[in-house]
Design a protein around this ligand. Sequence first.
Ligand code: PMP
Length: 312
Amino acid sequence: NWSKEQEKFSQGILTRFGNIEMCPSSGILNYGQGLFEGLKAYRKEDEGILLFRPVENALRMKIGADRMCMPSTTIEQFVDAVKKTVLANKRWVPPHGRGALYIRPLLMGTGPNLGVKPASEYTFVAYASPVGNYHEGGLNLIVEDNLYRATPGGTGGVKAVANYSPIYRALTQAKAKGFSDVLFLDALTRRNIEEGSACNIFILKGNVISTPTAHGTILPGITRKSIIEIALTFGYQVEERPVPIEEVFDAEEVFCTGTAMVLKSVASITYQGKRIKYKMGAETVAQKLYGTLTGIQTGLIEDKMGWTIEID
Ligand code: PMP
Protein backbone atom coordinates (compact mmCIF):
# COMPACT_ATOMS: atom_id res chain seq x y z
CA ASN A 1 0.00 0.00 0.00
CA TRP A 2 1.96 2.98 -1.27
CA SER A 3 1.41 6.60 -0.32
CA LYS A 4 0.49 9.49 -2.63
CA GLU A 5 4.17 10.45 -2.85
CA GLN A 6 4.77 6.90 -3.98
CA GLU A 7 2.15 7.16 -6.71
CA LYS A 8 4.10 10.10 -8.07
CA PHE A 9 7.25 8.00 -7.97
CA SER A 10 5.58 5.10 -9.76
CA GLN A 11 4.74 7.50 -12.55
CA GLY A 12 8.41 8.46 -12.64
CA ILE A 13 7.79 11.97 -11.40
CA LEU A 14 10.80 14.04 -10.45
CA THR A 15 10.29 16.98 -8.14
CA ARG A 16 12.59 19.70 -6.89
CA PHE A 17 14.34 18.88 -3.64
CA GLY A 18 12.08 19.99 -0.82
CA ASN A 19 9.86 18.89 2.03
CA ILE A 20 7.54 15.93 1.67
CA GLU A 21 4.25 15.55 3.50
CA MET A 22 4.44 13.34 6.55
CA CYS A 23 1.83 12.17 9.04
CA PRO A 24 2.95 12.98 12.62
CA SER A 25 2.04 9.42 13.63
CA SER A 26 3.93 7.80 10.74
CA GLY A 27 5.89 4.59 11.32
CA ILE A 28 9.20 6.22 10.50
CA LEU A 29 8.78 9.20 12.83
CA ASN A 30 7.46 7.21 15.77
CA TYR A 31 9.09 3.80 15.54
CA GLY A 32 11.99 4.19 13.14
CA GLN A 33 10.38 2.11 10.41
CA GLY A 34 12.75 3.27 7.71
CA LEU A 35 15.69 2.12 5.62
CA PHE A 36 18.15 4.02 3.53
CA GLU A 37 20.89 3.38 1.02
CA GLY A 38 23.92 5.32 -0.17
CA LEU A 39 25.70 5.04 -3.49
CA LYS A 40 27.74 7.18 -5.83
CA ALA A 41 27.87 8.27 -9.47
CA TYR A 42 31.32 9.19 -10.81
CA ARG A 43 32.38 11.32 -13.77
CA LYS A 44 34.71 9.60 -16.24
CA GLU A 45 37.59 11.40 -17.95
CA ASP A 46 35.51 11.57 -21.15
CA GLU A 47 32.62 13.19 -19.17
CA GLY A 48 30.51 9.99 -19.11
CA ILE A 49 28.82 9.06 -15.83
CA LEU A 50 29.31 5.73 -14.05
CA LEU A 51 27.04 4.33 -11.34
CA PHE A 52 28.80 1.94 -8.95
CA ARG A 53 27.03 -1.37 -8.16
CA PRO A 54 23.44 -0.06 -7.75
CA VAL A 55 21.96 -3.57 -7.88
CA GLU A 56 23.86 -4.38 -4.66
CA ASN A 57 22.17 -1.44 -2.92
CA ALA A 58 18.79 -2.53 -4.29
CA LEU A 59 19.33 -6.05 -2.95
CA ARG A 60 20.45 -4.78 0.45
CA MET A 61 17.33 -2.61 0.70
CA LYS A 62 15.16 -5.60 -0.22
CA ILE A 63 16.72 -7.70 2.55
CA GLY A 64 16.28 -4.81 5.00
CA ALA A 65 12.64 -4.32 3.98
CA ASP A 66 11.96 -7.98 4.66
CA ARG A 67 13.59 -7.72 8.12
CA MET A 68 11.48 -4.67 8.95
CA CYS A 69 8.13 -5.87 7.57
CA MET A 70 8.08 -3.28 4.81
CA PRO A 71 7.19 -3.74 1.14
CA SER A 72 10.21 -3.19 -1.08
CA THR A 73 10.76 -1.69 -4.46
CA THR A 74 11.81 -4.17 -7.13
CA ILE A 75 15.47 -4.14 -8.16
CA GLU A 76 14.40 -2.50 -11.44
CA GLN A 77 12.35 0.24 -9.72
CA PHE A 78 15.25 1.00 -7.38
CA VAL A 79 17.90 1.19 -10.09
CA ASP A 80 15.57 3.16 -12.36
CA ALA A 81 14.88 5.71 -9.61
CA VAL A 82 18.61 6.11 -8.93
CA LYS A 83 19.38 6.55 -12.64
CA LYS A 84 16.60 9.13 -13.05
CA THR A 85 17.86 11.03 -9.99
CA VAL A 86 21.40 11.12 -11.38
CA LEU A 87 20.32 12.13 -14.89
CA ALA A 88 18.14 14.93 -13.51
CA ASN A 89 21.16 16.17 -11.52
CA LYS A 90 23.81 15.62 -14.19
CA ARG A 91 25.34 19.05 -13.81
CA TRP A 92 25.98 18.32 -10.12
CA VAL A 93 28.19 15.31 -10.83
CA PRO A 94 31.65 16.73 -10.02
CA PRO A 95 34.41 16.70 -12.65
CA HIS A 96 36.51 13.52 -13.00
CA GLY A 97 38.58 12.86 -9.88
CA ARG A 98 37.01 15.69 -7.91
CA GLY A 99 34.35 13.79 -5.96
CA ALA A 100 31.05 12.18 -6.82
CA LEU A 101 27.31 12.58 -6.79
CA TYR A 102 26.03 10.80 -3.68
CA ILE A 103 22.53 9.30 -4.03
CA ARG A 104 20.41 8.60 -1.00
CA PRO A 105 17.37 6.32 -1.53
CA LEU A 106 14.95 6.17 1.43
CA LEU A 107 12.15 3.71 2.10
CA MET A 108 9.83 4.59 4.95
CA GLY A 109 6.59 3.80 6.69
CA THR A 110 4.53 6.96 6.20
CA GLY A 111 1.06 5.72 7.14
CA PRO A 112 -0.39 6.60 10.59
CA ASN A 113 0.75 4.26 13.37
CA LEU A 114 -0.40 4.88 16.91
CA GLY A 115 0.45 1.38 18.06
CA VAL A 116 3.63 -0.55 17.28
CA LYS A 117 2.89 -2.32 14.03
CA PRO A 118 4.06 -2.11 10.43
CA ALA A 119 2.73 1.02 8.71
CA SER A 120 -0.26 0.86 6.39
CA GLU A 121 1.40 3.13 3.79
CA TYR A 122 4.95 3.48 2.45
CA THR A 123 7.01 6.03 0.55
CA PHE A 124 10.18 5.60 -1.46
CA VAL A 125 12.23 8.65 -2.45
CA ALA A 126 15.75 9.23 -3.72
CA TYR A 127 17.71 12.47 -3.50
CA ALA A 128 21.25 13.41 -4.43
CA SER A 129 24.06 15.72 -3.40
CA PRO A 130 27.55 16.34 -4.78
CA VAL A 131 30.30 15.30 -2.37
CA GLY A 132 34.04 15.91 -2.41
CA ASN A 133 36.81 13.36 -1.91
CA TYR A 134 37.83 12.65 1.67
CA HIS A 135 40.87 14.53 2.94
CA GLU A 136 44.33 13.04 2.97
CA GLY A 137 45.66 11.55 6.19
CA GLY A 138 44.63 8.52 8.18
CA LEU A 139 41.82 7.82 10.58
CA ASN A 140 42.43 7.89 14.31
CA LEU A 141 39.96 5.48 15.90
CA ILE A 142 39.02 4.97 19.53
CA VAL A 143 37.61 1.62 20.64
CA GLU A 144 34.28 2.05 22.41
CA ASP A 145 33.94 -0.52 25.18
CA ASN A 146 30.82 0.77 26.88
CA LEU A 147 28.29 1.73 24.20
CA TYR A 148 27.14 -0.66 21.46
CA ARG A 149 25.55 -0.12 18.06
CA ALA A 150 24.01 -3.54 17.44
CA THR A 151 23.04 -6.78 19.15
CA PRO A 152 22.58 -10.28 17.74
CA GLY A 153 19.06 -10.68 16.36
CA GLY A 154 18.62 -6.92 15.98
CA THR A 155 18.69 -4.78 12.85
CA GLY A 156 22.44 -4.01 12.81
CA GLY A 157 22.91 -6.02 9.62
CA VAL A 158 20.49 -3.89 7.58
CA LYS A 159 20.58 -0.18 6.85
CA ALA A 160 17.81 0.81 9.26
CA VAL A 161 17.60 4.53 10.01
CA ALA A 162 17.35 3.75 13.73
CA ASN A 163 20.75 1.97 13.74
CA TYR A 164 22.42 5.35 13.81
CA SER A 165 20.83 6.71 16.99
CA PRO A 166 22.86 4.43 19.31
CA ILE A 167 26.01 5.80 17.64
CA TYR A 168 25.55 9.53 18.35
CA ARG A 169 26.83 9.56 21.92
CA ALA A 170 29.91 7.43 21.27
CA LEU A 171 30.77 9.42 18.14
CA THR A 172 30.24 12.80 19.82
CA GLN A 173 32.49 11.78 22.72
CA ALA A 174 35.16 10.46 20.35
CA LYS A 175 35.11 13.65 18.22
CA ALA A 176 35.34 15.82 21.33
CA LYS A 177 38.57 13.98 22.17
CA GLY A 178 39.92 14.57 18.66
CA PHE A 179 39.34 11.10 17.18
CA SER A 180 37.99 10.59 13.65
CA ASP A 181 35.63 7.74 14.47
CA VAL A 182 34.63 5.06 16.94
CA LEU A 183 35.50 1.39 16.57
CA PHE A 184 32.64 -0.63 18.02
CA LEU A 185 33.03 -4.02 19.72
CA ASP A 186 30.46 -6.83 19.65
CA ALA A 187 27.95 -6.50 22.48
CA LEU A 188 28.08 -10.19 23.40
CA THR A 189 31.76 -10.92 24.10
CA ARG A 190 32.98 -7.29 24.11
CA ARG A 191 36.14 -8.67 22.60
CA ASN A 192 35.70 -8.77 18.83
CA ILE A 193 35.85 -5.66 16.68
CA GLU A 194 32.79 -4.88 14.56
CA GLU A 195 32.84 -1.64 12.54
CA GLY A 196 32.98 2.15 12.63
CA SER A 197 29.98 4.48 12.71
CA ALA A 198 29.56 4.24 8.92
CA CYS A 199 32.38 2.01 7.69
CA ASN A 200 33.69 -1.54 7.77
CA ILE A 201 37.18 -2.43 8.99
CA PHE A 202 40.02 -4.65 7.73
CA ILE A 203 43.35 -5.63 9.27
CA LEU A 204 46.41 -6.84 7.37
CA LYS A 205 49.19 -9.09 8.58
CA GLY A 206 51.60 -10.59 6.05
CA ASN A 207 49.56 -11.86 3.13
CA VAL A 208 46.36 -12.19 5.17
CA ILE A 209 43.58 -9.61 5.20
CA SER A 210 40.96 -10.18 7.90
CA THR A 211 37.59 -8.53 8.42
CA PRO A 212 34.74 -9.22 10.87
CA THR A 213 32.07 -11.60 9.61
CA ALA A 214 28.89 -9.89 8.43
CA HIS A 215 26.64 -12.18 10.49
CA GLY A 216 23.93 -9.71 11.45
CA THR A 217 25.55 -7.15 13.74
CA ILE A 218 27.64 -5.32 11.13
CA LEU A 219 26.45 -3.80 7.88
CA PRO A 220 27.54 -5.91 4.89
CA GLY A 221 29.18 -3.02 3.07
CA ILE A 222 29.27 -2.95 -0.70
CA THR A 223 32.73 -1.35 -0.58
CA ARG A 224 33.76 -4.13 1.83
CA LYS A 225 32.55 -6.76 -0.65
CA SER A 226 34.34 -5.02 -3.54
CA ILE A 227 37.62 -4.73 -1.61
CA ILE A 228 37.47 -8.43 -0.68
CA GLU A 229 37.05 -9.31 -4.37
CA ILE A 230 39.92 -7.02 -5.45
CA ALA A 231 42.22 -8.33 -2.69
CA LEU A 232 41.57 -11.90 -3.83
CA THR A 233 42.52 -11.04 -7.42
CA PHE A 234 45.80 -9.60 -6.08
CA GLY A 235 46.51 -12.93 -4.37
CA TYR A 236 45.86 -11.94 -0.77
CA GLN A 237 44.25 -14.44 1.55
CA VAL A 238 41.01 -12.93 2.82
CA GLU A 239 39.43 -14.17 6.04
CA GLU A 240 35.93 -13.20 7.15
CA ARG A 241 35.84 -14.23 10.81
CA PRO A 242 35.54 -12.84 14.32
CA VAL A 243 38.55 -10.53 14.83
CA PRO A 244 39.53 -10.16 18.52
CA ILE A 245 40.79 -6.74 19.60
CA GLU A 246 44.17 -8.22 20.66
CA GLU A 247 44.83 -9.16 17.04
CA VAL A 248 44.35 -5.58 15.97
CA PHE A 249 47.32 -4.61 18.16
CA ASP A 250 49.86 -6.45 16.05
CA ALA A 251 48.35 -5.82 12.62
CA GLU A 252 50.67 -4.15 10.09
CA GLU A 253 47.96 -2.15 8.42
CA VAL A 254 44.37 -1.32 9.27
CA PHE A 255 41.90 0.32 6.90
CA CYS A 256 38.22 1.21 6.75
CA THR A 257 35.83 1.07 3.80
CA GLY A 258 32.51 2.70 2.97
CA THR A 259 30.73 4.47 0.13
CA ALA A 260 31.48 7.90 1.58
CA MET A 261 35.21 7.42 2.39
CA VAL A 262 35.79 4.64 -0.20
CA LEU A 263 38.90 3.30 1.59
CA LYS A 264 41.00 5.02 4.21
CA SER A 265 44.04 3.88 6.12
CA VAL A 266 43.83 3.88 9.90
CA ALA A 267 46.76 5.79 11.39
CA SER A 268 46.07 4.76 14.98
CA ILE A 269 43.71 2.88 17.26
CA THR A 270 43.31 3.79 20.93
CA TYR A 271 42.03 1.17 23.34
CA GLN A 272 41.81 1.65 27.10
CA GLY A 273 44.31 4.50 27.00
CA LYS A 274 46.85 2.65 24.82
CA ARG A 275 47.56 3.96 21.32
CA ILE A 276 48.75 1.69 18.51
CA LYS A 277 50.05 3.19 15.27
CA TYR A 278 49.95 1.62 11.80
CA LYS A 279 51.79 1.81 8.52
CA MET A 280 50.58 4.61 6.25
CA GLY A 281 51.45 6.05 2.85
CA ALA A 282 52.02 5.24 -0.79
CA GLU A 283 53.64 1.83 -0.20
CA THR A 284 50.73 0.33 1.71
CA VAL A 285 48.45 -2.48 0.55
CA ALA A 286 45.56 -0.16 1.45
CA GLN A 287 46.79 2.37 -1.11
CA LYS A 288 47.05 -0.31 -3.79
CA LEU A 289 43.48 -1.50 -3.12
CA TYR A 290 42.23 2.10 -3.03
CA GLY A 291 43.88 2.88 -6.37
CA THR A 292 42.28 -0.13 -8.02
CA LEU A 293 38.79 0.50 -6.62
CA THR A 294 38.72 4.20 -7.45
CA GLY A 295 40.22 3.40 -10.86
CA ILE A 296 37.27 1.11 -11.61
CA GLN A 297 34.74 3.55 -10.13
CA THR A 298 35.95 6.46 -12.25
CA GLY A 299 36.57 4.50 -15.45
CA LEU A 300 40.39 4.74 -15.40
CA ILE A 301 40.77 0.98 -14.99
CA GLU A 302 38.87 -1.46 -17.16
CA ASP A 303 35.91 -2.83 -15.22
CA LYS A 304 36.40 -6.57 -15.67
CA MET A 305 34.09 -7.23 -12.71
CA GLY A 306 31.07 -5.60 -14.38
CA TRP A 307 30.50 -3.34 -11.37
CA THR A 308 29.80 -0.06 -13.13
CA ILE A 309 26.82 1.01 -15.22
CA GLU A 310 27.38 3.84 -17.68
CA ILE A 311 24.29 6.01 -17.60
CA ASP A 312 25.16 8.99 -19.73
N1 PMP B 1 28.80 0.16 8.19
C1 PMP B 1 27.87 1.10 8.44
C2 PMP B 1 27.25 1.16 9.78
C3 PMP B 1 27.52 2.02 7.43
O1 PMP B 1 26.62 2.97 7.67
C4 PMP B 1 28.16 1.94 6.17
C5 PMP B 1 27.84 2.93 5.09
N2 PMP B 1 26.79 2.48 4.28
C6 PMP B 1 29.11 0.91 5.96
C7 PMP B 1 29.40 0.04 7.00
C8 PMP B 1 29.78 0.74 4.62
O2 PMP B 1 28.88 0.22 3.67
P1 PMP B 1 29.03 0.59 2.13
O3 PMP B 1 30.39 0.16 1.72
O4 PMP B 1 27.96 -0.19 1.45
O5 PMP B 1 28.84 2.05 2.01
